[in-house]
Design a protein around this ligand. Structure first.
Ligand SMILES: Nc1ncnc2c1ncn2[C@@H]1O[C@H](COP(=O)(O)OP(=O)(O)O)[C@@H](O)[C@H]1O
Ligand SMILES: [Mg+2]
Length: 561
């Protein structure tokens, strides 16, 4: 701040000193008040040196402050984003979120530091310059500001137009980056269908939209800048013309006129700086608004508010009563009044045709979404009153299509429990039938799995995910059985791993199953169709029922043998 004042102060002194230099050489200054040349120039250079140092300090401290603010905004925002509901991510595009996280935080930080400092400097040049102009010559000042109102009107229209264009440009950029992110991360699908050129063309079209907007913004900026420099030139000509006549009449010295001309260009720069600051400010405010809108978004399902009974006391009885659910983005109920009871330590296989709500039910049990109606309870306690993060510690999940993170195999198995020992990791991997193939990798447990675990096969990924859930060691485990991407051998290994889990006594298991062998091993089988449990009982009873749902699914080939 001090540096800012000093550096703009020396900037302001510059024209006066220059005027004095001219008058000094022209011999116009009063001989009586004359300071010796040596002292005068030493003083002038001293002032300039102070100005340079202050300018360094200002640039440095603003640069550092801007970065700190940006980092703080980013880390805070990222933390907030991770706390948002799963439904939030159904509605927001990743590209948009990433651009707010990276670009808007930067713009907002730059606005309150560098841009604000520039604005203050401009304001001070405009203000102090105007005062200097008035003291040098009030009449000439009037001449020089004659065009100012016109410039002001232009600046306002310009900034409004720019704001509109910038908003649309952002939308387009978010579309394009979401598109690019998705296509690049799913390159195999693009390649499989030979869509490389077509996708490139599509991307070009997405970008072309913003090119047109950029062209319009640039044209507006050009028009404004052109107008600004024309009016600056016109006012300079007017100043020199009238000033010249004042000098000729002896009402002003040449040096004062030169100072005046320099001050008026400083004032001009000040005003143009202010107008671009106004544009920057509106852009910065828009960015800040987006950042704070996300920052203030409160998840409907908070992370860790609610009861946290001791985990050891959990028996694992799960009861669903009249559970109804509709995705916020859809207008039809996916689940309509589901009633289901899984006794502690039991194995329940949930089966049914694809797309009828099985995975959705699993998501509701861990409260990734909030049921629209009905109640889910664990050991008789409504899960809505439990702390969601505690609940997720008690209910482990192996998703249908699990995703691993870039890092080593061991890192992925330890994801929920980073402090786990190597022995525990290995035990979990053995239980999940993963130990063998991991040992065959060149680096064993330290082998990198690539982004999203892409360097592993589907069956390997599935088994690493099972190991990850086992190390988490929850009293209740939800397994969404993988149906795709598994060859016969890894399918057998995955199934074997799951069946080993089913043999363990002390854990409640809810398995979303598609295979007869899995279903057969469960104590109870429930069939979900059209969002309702249409049948439940033991496998033997259900399969024997003539006209039963399970029997129909089996004979219809919808479930694998
Ligand atoms: N995130 C989501 N947003 C909106 N609809 C979804 C979402 N996930 C799944 N659905 C819809 O919910 C229905 C049930 O899906 P799901 O529970 O995955 O079925 P299943 O696991 O039985 O195959 C489907 O019609 C699907 O289109
Ligand atoms: Mg599913």
């Amino acid at each position: 701040m001090i540096a800012l004042v000093i550096s703009s102060g020396t900037n302001m002194a510059f024209p006066t000193i220059m005027g004095k230099v001219i008058d000094r050489t022209a011999g116009r200054e009063d001989a009586g008040s004359r300071i010796p040349d040596k002292v005068f120039f030493a003083g002038a250079f001293g002032i300039f040196a102070c100005g340079s140092i202050a300018s360094w300090v200002r640039t440095y401290s603003i640069g550092v402050a801007a970065h700190r603010i940006m980092q703080r905004l980013r880390t805070k925002l990222f933390g907030r984003l991770l706390e948002q509901d799963v439904a939030f991510f159904d509605e927001h595009r990743t590209g948009e979120l990433v651009s707010i996280l990276t670009e808007d935080t930067e713009i907002a930080a730059d606005t309150v530091t560098g841009k604000a400092a520039n604005g203050m400097r401009s304001a001070s040049s405009a203000l102090n310059g105007s005062i200097m102009l008035l003291t040098l010559s009030p009449r000439l000042t009037l001449v020089s500001i004659a065009l100012l109102p016109l410039v002001g009107v232009g600046a306002m229209g310009y900034s409004r137009r720019l704001k509109r264009l910038a908003a649309r440009q952002r939308e387009d950029a978010a579309d394009a980056s979401t598109f690019a992110e998705e296509r690049l991360s799913q390159l195999r699908t693009v390649r499989a269908f030979g869509r490389e050129r077509a996708e490139a063309q599509w991307y070009r079209e997405l970008c072309d939209g913003s090119t047109e907007l950029a062209r319009r913004a640039a044209s507006a900026r050009g028009a404004f800048m052109g107008g600004l420099s024309a009016s600056a030139n016109a006012s300079l000509v007017a100043v020199l013309y009238f000033g010249g006549s004042l000098v000729a009449r002896g009402a002003m010295t040449v040096g004062d006129l030169a100072s005046f001309a320099m001050y008026s260009s400083l004032v001009g720069l000040g005003f143009s700086g202010l107008s671009s600051f106004a544009a920057d400010l509106s852009k910065g405010l828009a960015s800040a608004e987006r950042v704070f809108m996300l920052m203030d978004a409160t998840p409907a399902v908070p992370l860790d508010e609610g009861l946290t009974p001791p985990l050891e006391s959990v028996r694992g009885e799960l009861v669903l009563e009249g559970v109804t659910f509709r995705y916020p983005s859809r207008d039809k109920d996916v689940l309509c009044g589901v009633d289901l009871r899984v006794p502690a330590g039991a194995i329940l296989a949930l089966t049914g045709p694809s797309g009828h709500g099985k995975s959705t039910l699993a998501a509701l049990i861990t409260r990734l979404y909030q049921p629209t109606a009905g109640r889910i309870s664990l050991d008789g306690v409504d899960t809505a009153t439990l702390s969601p993060s505690w609940l997720r510690g008690a209910v482990g999940v192996v998703e249908q299509d699990p995703v691993l993170f870039a890092g080593s195999v061991a890192d992925n198995i330890k994801y929920g429990r980073p402090g786990a020992s190597a022995a525990d990791v290995e035990a979990a991997a053995r239980a999940a039938n993963a130990h063998q193939f991991i040992l065959e990798f060149p680096d064993g447990y330290n082998t990198k799995v690539g982004q999203r675990g892409r360097q592993l096969s589907g069956g390997q990924r599935q088994r690493v995910a099972i190991a990850r859930a086992l190390l988490w060691d929850p009293p209740l485990l939800l397994l969404d059985e993988a149906t795709s991407a598994l060859d016969a051998e890894s399918e057998r290994l995955v199934r074997d791993a799951m069946e080993k889990l089913m043999d363990r006594e002390n854990r409640t298991l809810l398995i979303i199953a598609h295979r007869q062998s899995t279903i057969q091993k469960a104590h109870t089988v429930a069939v979900l169709r059209d969002g309702r449990i249409v049948e439940s009982g033991s496998y033997a009873d259900l399969i024997a029922r003539s006209g039963g749902e399970l029997a129909a699914l089996m004979s219809g080939g919808e479930l694998a043998a």
